[in-house]
Design a binder for this molecule. Structure first.
Ligand SMILES: [Zn+2]
Length: 203
């Protein structure tokens, strides 16, 4: 990007944001335009919150859920049902399920979904640690709660095969009921998501 009219500080900021997966130069520009329109104290507050978040938040050592602690509040909650693990793409999907209040098991966050076109192969996802957990924690049920999208379905199909091959006894189910294809858990309304959990389908 060669543009003499563009101040260097602006160009640097745009380049950083545009590097984020899913963001291009256009969304980076829009973010910066909106940030700069805020009163200076607010835009600085936004950046400070981001800085603090990046500094404090990291994946839980066990399940991958974003947390400020070493082990997240769900993994360390003795009252949760340790027999059931819901596998989600991102932490925000788990937060959406938590909001329904219908699920009392544990989570496992993949940090993405299979997408061979984008070079996201199984080794790029948090799958090895899921297999280790199944081996060590011996849950009786895995709920594949990836999104009802092409990539989410491909991810669920892959995990089903890997898990069933190794653990034929393991019960594996899938969220299906009521979620429109192409939707994401994060954006589904709480009622629909509650229904999807209550009417999960055994695979
Ligand atoms: Zn955890």
């Amino acid at each position: 990007m060669e543009n003499k009219a563009l101040p260097k500080a602006l160009q640097d900021a745009i380049e950083h944001i545009a590097k984020l997966p899913g963001y291009g130069e256009r969304s980076a520009q829009r973010f910066i335009e909106n940030l700069l329109k805020l009163p200076k104290a607010d835009s600085i507050g936004t950046i400070k919150a981001l800085l603090e978040m990046v500094d404090k938040i990291h994946p839980c050592k066990i399940c991958g859920l974003l947390t400020e602690e070493e082990i997240c509040s769900i993994c360390s909650d003795e009252t949760r049902n340790r027999q059931v693990i819901a596998v989600v793409e991102e932490s925000f999907d788990a937060y959406a399920i938590e909001k329904t209040g219908k699920f009392k098991g544990l989570y496992h966050v993949l940090h993405g979904r299979l997408s061979p076109l984008e070079g996201i192969t199984p080794d790029k996802l948090n799958i090895d640690s899921l297999l280790t957990r199944v081996e060590e924690e011996k849950p009786t049920e895995i709920i594949l709660a990836t999104n009802p999208t092409v990539e989410g379905e491909a991810t669920a199909t892959y995990l089903y095969k890997v898990l069933k091959d190794k653990y034929p006894e393991l019960e594996i189910s899938r969220l299906a009921y009521g979620l429109p294809f192409g939707a994401t858990l994060e954006n589904a309304d709480t009622f629909t998501l509650s229904q999807a959990i209550e009417h999960k389908v055994k695979l």
